[in-house]
Design a protein around this ligand. Structure first.
Ligand SMILES: [Zn+2]
Ligand SMILES: [Zn+2]
Length: 274
């Protein structure tokens, strides 16, 4: 039962990040902050909804692998050593995360799903789980589908999933950590905190999950030296309860349909970014 809810893994994550945030806090913030109970609901209830989407994504990817992928590609990937596979898997997976994330910001209908993640105003490690289940499923489709379709080993993909798990909590954590000369190579908490900033210049920037060089490469990086974001969140009202947040995109889609407005985004920027 414990494993079903991921309780022991959650307790380990809590035992690591709560002391780190006390010791190296970027901003003064209490553990019992606003929205903590909602985030607990996301932590323990979202998985049941996400798992169905992940099963569908992996099944479709395996069908593609077995029916479309040329056998020469399969053999080439099969012959790669584990460590080379892990590096390729993380590079390809994060390329998928970058573009899926950018689309979630740029397409008005998708933004209503992703706005749930950006509704957090007091950022800390647990904000990592404050995501609509459809948002997680889209991100997994962008990252896991190509990996399973290309036929990388389950060990290499499993390593990526584990690294991504810890990276997601770390980049949201309320810690002062900027990675110095590696800041344009790896995604740091400083880098992702700017992604959550509600300040105008920082909006729709820093989409990568692991490698900040993707943002550098595709012209979406924002990392001013010696500065910190002052405020987080979005500039339009968002609900605060778990069920209300789950219903949020559906209600937005319905109200836009009623207004006969297929494209108007009431999002972070007020207009699509790309
Ligand atoms: Zn985002
Ligand atoms: Zn985030």
């Amino acid at each position: 039962m414990d494993e079903l809810f991921g309780l022991s893994r959650f307790l380990l994550t809590l035992l690591i990040f709560v002391p780190i945030e006390r010791l190296f806090a970027a901003r003064p913030q209490k553990f019992f902050r606003r929205g903590l109970l909602t985030d607990m609901a996301f932590q323990f209830l979202n998985g049941w909804l996400i798992i169905l989407g992940v099963i569908a994504i992996v099944t479709m990817a395996i069908v593609v692998n077995q029916s479309i992928l040329p056998s020469v590609v399969k053999q080439a990937i099969d012959g790669l050593p584990y460590l080379v596979q892990v590096v390729l898997v993380i590079l390809i997976g994060d390329f998928g995360v970058y573009w899926t994330h950018r689309i979630l910001h740029a397409v008005p209908a998708m933004w209503h799903i992703h706005a749930v993640h950006h509704a957090v105003e007091e950022l800390d490690w647990l904000a990592a789980v404050h995501q609509h289940p459809l948002d997680v499923v889209f991100m997994k489709a962008g990252s896991l589908f190509p990996l399973f379709a290309l036929g990388f080993s389950s060990e290499a993909i499993g390593t990526y999933i584990l690294v991504y798990y810890w990276q997601a909590y770390l980049v949201h954590a309320n810690v002062r950590l900027n990675y110095g000369p590696l800041r344009y190579f790896l995604v740091s908490p400083e880098f992702h905190h700017w992604h959550h900033s509600s300040e105008m210049e920082a909006r729709d920037k820093n989409f990568a999950g692991m490698f900040s060089f993707y943002d550098l490469l595709f012209g979406s990086v924002y990392l001013p030296k010696g500065q910190k974001p002052k405020t987080f969140g979005v500039d339009h009202p968002m609900p605060s309860g778990y069920l209300a947040l789950l219903a949020h995109p559906f209600l937005e889609w319905k109200s836009r349909q009623r207004r006969g407005d297929p494209s108007g985004r009431t999002g972070n920027t007020g207009s699509p970014s790309i």
